[in-house]
Design a protein around this ligand. Structure first.
Ligand code: BGP
Length: 477
């Protein structure tokens, strides 16, 4: 019989600063790279901005009250670096620090555990202008300084810290696909260099936090897509192995062991794209890895790997950002693998596979490879929601989450140590590339793409009331 979820399991939900806050220039906030990027025509869906987003910056009390009524145990949110250091380094903005004090205190007032992401993609634009942001080694010190400021200020109240959100996504979209700032394409060499800097930044933050608060819990959140071999053909099994080494273990091995997978490194060497690693770096990465408390997993979908010949498809920037099913394109690395669709699985309107069992596989794989506790820091369904008679009926979201929670429970029975499950997202919010039309929240927000649309009123969806019961029954609903 199932043991079910642990007694102190953290049922949560998540957001990120740029996607919910708005107040893009409020109270001394500096410009971020996303403030700039969304203004480049054609880069994001209808160039929708986060200028106002869902105005969480001004409405956080109302949002937290709704969380409390739902019984939420943890709320994962990120801090906007440009509110704390408007120029990325140097002068500190007390008003920015104060905003997160207020948010954290409001959460604690209701017994909701704050889970803080230090970096969820919005970097001060000043650092881009000064030294090209993540491309320069200088960012490591600036990031660690920023992170340390947060640890010192909030470490007495915040126990759970996530250093980086989806490093694999922001770097591949920023330097290979041209879809995130700084909008570069196919720049493999810089891509790996940027990743090494981000790894050093993560490691520096882990070491700084443990020095200040040894009992704090820290990890990075990785966007994990487990991969199936296309079929039993040996070359497709090898394509899966290549995919895993280059797309999954490349990051998770750093977080958990402080090392790069040897075969992936050999591939980089043969292509002349290895990053510059300074003396002492690997020791620092190992030291930090030994102190990491959990692997953060953002799980949305699985993928398929099939051998891709040397003249085959490459990375492309054509993704389905409209919600018109069937418009996503196959991508891959010539000579290694490509990722065709999986006929066995249903998909969302944005062509993401729906595969609850994949979540159990994530947990199993992390448990056997790293033996680390796991925080599911994101999982959810993006959909078009409709208001009908003042209500939002979203049985599709309930079905999606329910199926994933059932698989997560099996993972717990399998011996995986799962600490938390955060759905994406709490309120509706800005989807980086898909605008406001792609909704994920338990709480509907009345707004469309146009900045002047809607009242921004909050309406709990059917899924809100359902999740309340999930929490009450510790996942038995
Ligand atoms: C993750 C990000 C989130 C969120 C989510 C949904 O990659 O960490 O910030 O956006 O995906 O993705 P999307 O908005 O593209 O549907």
């Amino acid at each position: 019989e199932s043991q079910g979820f642990p007694k102190d399991f953290l049922w949560g939900s998540a957001s990120a600063a740029y996607q919910v806050e708005g107040g893009w220039n409020a109270d001394g906030k500096g410009l971020s790279n996303w403030d700039k990027f969304v203004r480049i025509p054609g880069k994001t869906f209808k160039a929708t901005t986060g200028d106002k987003a869902v105005d969480h910056y001004h409405r956080y009390k109302e949002d937290v009250r709704l969380m409390a009524e739902m019984g939420l145990k943890t709320y994962r949110f990120s801090i906007a670096w440009s509110r704390i250091y408007p120029n990325g380094n140097g002068e500190i903005n007390e008003a920015g620090l104060k905003f997160y004090d207020d948010l954290i205190n409001e959460l604690l007032k209701y017994g909701i555990e704050p889970m803080v992401t230090v970096y969820h993609w919005d970097m001060p634009q000043a650092l881009e202008d000064e030294y090209h942001g993540w491309e320069s080694r200088q960012i490591v010190d600036d990031y660690v300084n920023y992170a340390t400021t947060l640890f010192k200020r909030y470490g007495d109240r915040v126990k759970y810290w996530i250093t980086m959100n989806e490093q694999n996504i922001f770097t591949s979209f920023g330097w290979l696909k041209g879809m995130h700032p700084p909008g570069k394409e196919n720049d493999m060499k810089t891509f790996y260099q940027v990743n090494h800097h981000a790894n050093m930044a993560h490691a520096g933050a882990v070491l700084a936090l443990k020095e200040l608060y040894p009992e704090a819990k820290v990890g990075a959140s990785f966007a994990y897509s487990p991969c199936y071999a296309y079929d039993r053909k040996p070359e497709n099994a090898m394509a899966k192995a290549d995919y895993d080494d280059l797309q999954n273990y490349w990051w998770m091995d750093i977080y958990a062991y402080g090392r790069y997978p040897r075969s992936a490194w050999a591939y980089l060497e043969s292509h002349g794209v290895t990053p510059d690693v300074l003396p002492g770096d690997m020791e620092t990465l190992k030291k930090a890895a030994a102190l990491v408390d959990f692997m953060g997993v953002n799980y949305y979908q699985t993928c398929v790997a099939e051998y891709n010949d040397i003249n085959g498809v490459g990375m492309s920037n054509t993704m389905n950002t409209t919600g018109k099913k069937g418009t996503a394109q196959i991508q891959g690395i010539p000579g290694l693998y490509k990722n065709p669709a999986n006929d066995y699985l249903p998909t969302t309107d944005w062509d993401w596979t729906i595969d609850p069992m994949g979540l159990r596989m994530c947990c199993r794989d992390i448990t056997s490879r790293y033996d680390l506790p796991i925080v599911i820091s994101e999982n959810g369904l993006g959909a078009f929601d409709k208001v009908e008679g003042g209500k939002i009926h979203d049985p599709y979201r309930i079905a999606y989450l329910k199926a994933h929670i059932e698989e997560l429970k099996k993972a717990c029975d399998d011996g995986c140590r799962v600490l938390a499950y955060c759905t994406w997202s709490y309120t509706d919010l800005l989807s980086w590339l898909n605008g406001y039309q792609k909704r994920y929240g338990f709480v509907y927000v009345d707004r469309e793409e146009d900045e002047n649309s809607g009242t921004l009123n909050r309406i709990p969806k059917d899924s809100y009331y359902w999740y309340k019961k999930v929490i009450e029954t510790n996942g038995e609903e």
